[in-house]
Design a protein around this ligand. Structure first.
Ligand code: NDP
Ligand code: 8X3
Length: 249
């Protein structure tokens, strides 16, 4: 059985991926900051697969290293890394932007992804085997008004995904990105700092993607034959044509 390490498993895309992987006999290391949610998910999925949880903030490099270093022997051979933890913080013009939001997005979405990857890669390189999936976004392919720094963080994920694939070429490790458009998760709740009305409006009057849709695509990517690597995949709901064009009629 393969073993997957999923960051941001407490919610949305990460949690849906954990559930689908469990349904398909992939053992799990589930990560996030909310210990209670990790505990519940472990209870839910432990009758299907082996589950280990790690509670850490991806922004804290020492914690990332300590968490990965604390893995028990039977959870050390990680086959799949899903670099999913991330969020938008705020939706403001550059002139009205909040520097703390900028720090959060760059520290979590970009530096956190790098810290986790750096902690896990040595084992994959040693075994000459592994699969890394970076969760980017349509915001990493185009910029939308007031999306400035979130879009920059996801453009960075796009660049890192390409760079990782080049640098790891010849090491037996697959690297690819899945770039979703609008997915109804806690994403907008976080972006709007708990303003549920504002968050709900983002997904009203059209049918957005569900986290399970993205989990399905991630599972497709990790079940291709050994010689096939999904390098870069963008997915939107039927009603979305770009970041700013969404059919809400
Ligand atoms: P959610 O808010 O539902 O989930 C975000 C996950 O990231 C949570 O499990 C959260 O766990 C984790 N996370 C956030 N900050 C940290 C941190 N500092 N340290 C560790 N874990 C953290 O959002 P989504 O599921 O939608 O987002 C998942 C990924 O998908 C993100 O990278 C996002 O940018 C991307 N994405 C989302 C889209 C959407 O429309 N929803 C579209 C395109 C991409 P916890 O709070 O427990 O730490
Ligand atoms: C999430 C999609 O359009 O809200 O990455 O930025 S969007």
């Amino acid at each position: 059985m393969r073993l997957a390490f999923i960051t941001g498993a407490t919610s949305g895309i990460g949690r849906a991926t954990a559930r689908l992987f469990a349904d398909n006999n992939i053992n799990l290391i589930l990560c996030g900051r909310r210990q209670g949610r990790l505990d519940s998910l472990k209870i839910e999925l432990s009758n299907q697969v082996s589950v280990h949880t790690l509670t850490f903030d991806v922004r804290d490099r020492d914690n990332v290293i300590a968490a990965v270093g604390s893995l028990p022997e039977n959870f050390r051979s990680i086959d799949i890394l899903i670099n999913n933890a991330g969020n938008a913080h705020g939706l403001d013009s550059i002139q009205n932007g909040n520097a703390e939001d900028w720090d959060a997005m760059l520290d979590i979405n970009v530096k956190g992804l790098l810290y986790v990857t750096q902690a896990i890669l040595p084992g994959m390189i040693e075994r000459a085997s592994g699969h890394i999936i970076n969760i980017g976004s349509t915001a990493g392919k185009e910029v939308y008004p007031n999306g400035n720094v979130y879009c920059a963080s996801k453009h960075a994920v796009d660049a890192i995904n390409q760079g990782m694939r080049m640098d790891l070429n010849g090491n037996g490790i697959k690297v690819g990105a899945v770039n979703p458009g609008l997915v109804e998760t806690e994403f907008s709740e976080v972006r709007f700092k708990g303003d549920s009305d504002k968050a709900e409006k983002v997904y009203q009057n059209f049918t957005p993607l569900k986290p399970e849709d993205i989990a399905d695509i991630i599972h497709f990517a990790v079940t291709r034959p050994p010689h096939v690597n999904i390098a870069d995949l963008t997915v939107m709901c039927l009603d979305q044509a770009s970041s700013t064009i969404v059919n809400k009629s």
